[in-house]
Design a protein around this ligand. Structure first.
Ligand code: PAF
Length: 294
């Protein structure tokens, strides 16, 4: 028997079998399905993804699962914000039809041993460098959980935020390589009135840190403009790095301008094709990432 919780306005399922039963029923009615995977602690950025999925499909499933395989032991898995009741309310308001909120045991039964790596140092691929260098655990974990979720939901379309641009590239590559038929769609980053990219991790920022965080997008926009006027990229990246430190960021992991389609560096050291500027920088214990088209 299918077990669907209805405590909130939004039906919630916790097992893959129950998820599939609901989706099967929709399919029988001839309805198309959209999917938005999340780790919860939802904000307007996530809700935009849900609305985007709703424009592309008759029914939208969202998942809330704080995926342990994408966190390194020293990272914030334990303190990652968890607020399911609030998330369910927000999702219902954005037009989501079903919340899939599995347990860790449901997603990773004890016997599971399969891993996924999207490329390698020798084969290349979108997981190399940038986030892949500073968070080597992450993209294997993301690829694994997203492959599982896409297989579990079997949606027509899945929507991912461009805020995690490299993740979007990794997911696209993985879905292509594994013949996953769900269409992968990227949705533009939502920003606050000061241009700060919305992120669940912004909740960690103090007021003073938030002021500094709001300067990240301006530094990237300025560097992007310099790059698109053909200034040599090493100089542009170096200046942007210094500008972030001057703005008050305590540490900068990277500022890089890469080819937008595969995140490879520009061989000639200038922008001669569609490009993306990407950065990661620290404020206290909070690591912020952002990116934008150049
Ligand atoms: O972007 C996220 O929130 C996560 O990396 C994702 C895609 C839900 C996988 O856990």
């Amino acid at each position: 028997m299918t077990s669907v919780e209805t405590a909130s306005d939004l039906p919630i399922v916790r097992s893959v079998a129950d998820l599939r039963a609901v989706v099967r029923d929709w399919r029988r009615q001839g309805l198309s399905v959209g999917f938005v995977p999340t780790m919860g602690a939802l904000h307007e950025g996530h809700l935009t993804l849900v609305r985007e999925a709703g424009c592309r499909a008759d029914r939208v499933v969202a998942s809330v699962f704080v995926n342990p395989t994408q966190f390194a032991p020293h990272e914030d898995l334990g303190k990652y914000p968890r607020q399911e009741a609030r998330d369910a309310e927000l999702l219902a308001g954005a037009g989501c039809a079903l919340l899939f909120a599995p347990t860790v045991d449901e997603m990773y039964p004890e016997a599971s041993v399969t891993t996924i790596s999207v490329g390698s140092a020798t084969a290349g691929g979108p997981a190399q460098g940038l986030e892949g260098q500073f968070r080597p655990q992450m993209f294997g974990g993301v690829a694994l959980v997203v492959a599982k979720l896409l297989n579990q939901v079997q949606a027509d379309v899945a929507v991912f935020g461009e805020k995690d641009y490299q993740q979007l590239m990794v997911v696209r590559r993985m879905a292509l390589d594994l013949d996953i038929p769900t269409q992968i769609v990227g949705s533009p980053t939502e920003r606050d009135g000061y241009g700060l990219a919305l992120s669940s991790r912004n909740a960690y920022l103090t007021d003073a840190e938030r002021e500094i965080a709001r300067r990240l997008n301006g530094v990237l926009a300025e560097a992007g403009a310099a790059a698109s006027s053909k200034r040599p990229l090493p100089a542009v990246e170096k200046d942007a790095y210094s500008a972030l430190l001057k703005a008050g960021f305590e540490r900068v992991d990277y500022v890089a301008i890469r080819r937008a389609d595969d995140l490879e560096p520009f061989a000639n050291g200038i922008v001669d094709a569609p490009a993306r500027i990407l950065a990661a920088a620290w404020l206290g214990k909070t690591r912020l990432i952002d990116n934008m088209a150049v």
